[in-house]
Write a protein that binds this ligand. Structure first.
Ligand SMILES: Cc1ncc(COP(=O)(O)O)c(C=O)c1O
Length: 409
């Protein structure tokens, strides 16, 4: 039998390296050869000296976990204390917590997976913004689902609620249900955060859609702890959908605790109807068993400790505050230089990334690469800048390269 027939056809044509990791590999090898390289592709918060920013209190929490407990299997859906702590972290001041059920997942990625397989049939499409985190499409494809997008920004740069409404109508017509992924605050890749005004326009549209078909809305909160204070009021807004739509929240420790590799996260589902809520709890727990069985127990126990032990929590909050200040300073300097240089980009108040618009993303990134500056080309019309891994001193070079790259496009 020919070796080319051993994989099923869909698996035989999978791409190899992730494009961002490929760009990073080129940046690293050119830097190793002695070139001055500015690598603004990496999606992790780095200190100015290029080391990964970590939080000592998190390692203290890991150390406190007794080995014989950490080494045991975790409950399939995650330990109750962990899930309660996440619920409190998300909904401390909101009525939503009363109606929440949850399952532990390996990061926000796992939460997205569980949303896909439980709120869409195979062949159906999730709905998200035209600029979106690439792995949504991989998760959808891998689970035999698809992705439909709506134009994220209107002509005037505002969030395009009309486009969202039209896309909801289309999907209700075509597949009789909607699963919407919204990555806010601090959207990856654009940096955009929905503000009160955006939510005010969005909620009635979603409520109207939910009257006509089952609607589930997943808020991907991957970067929420790094947002500007004004964009943290999402609970107040989505509360208005309680009883109408299912609200899903992808919670992750990856950025919030600078623990990208620990794979600690949760899918939290808010549903007002008691019976439906019980069914959702069972369904997402079943999905845990049917995928990774159970999650990193040590990580889960440590994060529970970080969220519930007052002294550890205070230490952790103070360390995160320091990381937020590091990032905020970069965001501010980027905004100053980029607006002075006339770059076009969405409203950017915080978060790891920002997207800069260009007529030709590929050309822009090529020209920038020739100057030793690496950014990620997005579709055709923007490049993604990782402010999280670009120190303030490098911002002038980054912005100059963006100007040159866009001028050449
Ligand atoms: C928008 C977005 N969602 C979710 C994730 C999930 O990350 P993790 O699975 O590490 O929580 C990421 C990570 O980069 C992301 O950028």
């Amino acid at each position: 039998m020919s070796p080319s027939a051993r994989l099923v056809p869909a698996s035989a044509s999978r791409p190899g390296d992730d494009p961002i990791f490929a760009l990073n590999a080129e940046a690293t090898s050119r830097a190793a050869a002695g070139e001055s390289i500015l690598n603004s592709t990496l999606g992790a918060l780095m200190w100015d000296d290029g080391r990964l920013a970590v939080m000592p209190s998190v390692f203290e929490a890991f150390r406190r976990v007794p080995p014989e407990i950490a080494a045991a299997y975790a409950p399939i859906s995650g330990s109750k204390a962990f899930l309660d702590a996440i619920r409190e972290d998300l909904f401390a001041d909101s009525a939503l917590g009363k109606y929440a059920v949850a399952a532990a997942t390996p990061g926000g990625t796992g939460a997205c997976h569980h949303a896909l397989v439980n709120f869409l049939e195979p062949g159906q499409k999730l709905l998200t913004t035209s600029y979106f985190w690439g792995p949504y499409a991989i998760l959808a494809e891998h689970t035999r689902r698809g992705v439909e997008t709506f134009a994220m920004f209107a002509e005037d740069g505002s969030f395009d609620v009309d486009a969202l409404e039209a896309a909801c109508d289309k999907l209700i017509e075509e597949q009789g249900r909607v699963l919407l992924f919204l990555n806010t605050p601090c959207n990856n890749p654009t940096g955009y955060s929905l503000d009160d005004h955006d939510w005010e326009r969005l909620i009635p549209v979603l409520a109207a859609a939910a009257e006509r078909a089952p609607v589930a809305i997943l808020l991907d909160l991957a970067y929420a702890k790094f947002s500007a204070p004004d964009s943290t009021r999402w609970t107040d807004h989505v509360e208005r959908l309680l009883g109408k739509a299912t609200l899903l929240f992808a919670w992750t420790a990856s950025k919030a605790f600078a623990q990208y590799g620990a794979r600690v996260g949760a899918l939290v589902a808010v549903e007002q109807d008691d019976e439906e809520r019980a069914r959702i709890k069972n369904a997402i727990g079943y999905s845990c068993r049917g995928t990774w069985s159970n999650c990193n127990h040590l990580g889960m126990l440590a994060v529970t400790e970080l969220l519930t032990d007052p002294a550890l929590r205070a230490a952790c909050d103070a360390e995160r505050e320091k990381l937020c200040r590091l990032l905020d300073e970069r965001v501010q300097v980027f905004n100053e230089l980029a607006s002075k240089a006339g770059l076009a980009y969405p409203r950017y108040e915080g978060g790891f990334f920002v997207a800069v618009f260009t007529p030709n993303a590929k050309k822009t990134s090529e020209v920038m690469r020739e100057r030793g500056v690496f950014v990620v080309p997005l579709q055709t019309t923007a490049v993604r800048v990782a402010v999280c891994s670009t120190k303030v001193d490098d911002m002038p070079r980054l912005v100059d390269a963006l100007v040159a790259g866009i001028a050449a496009s």
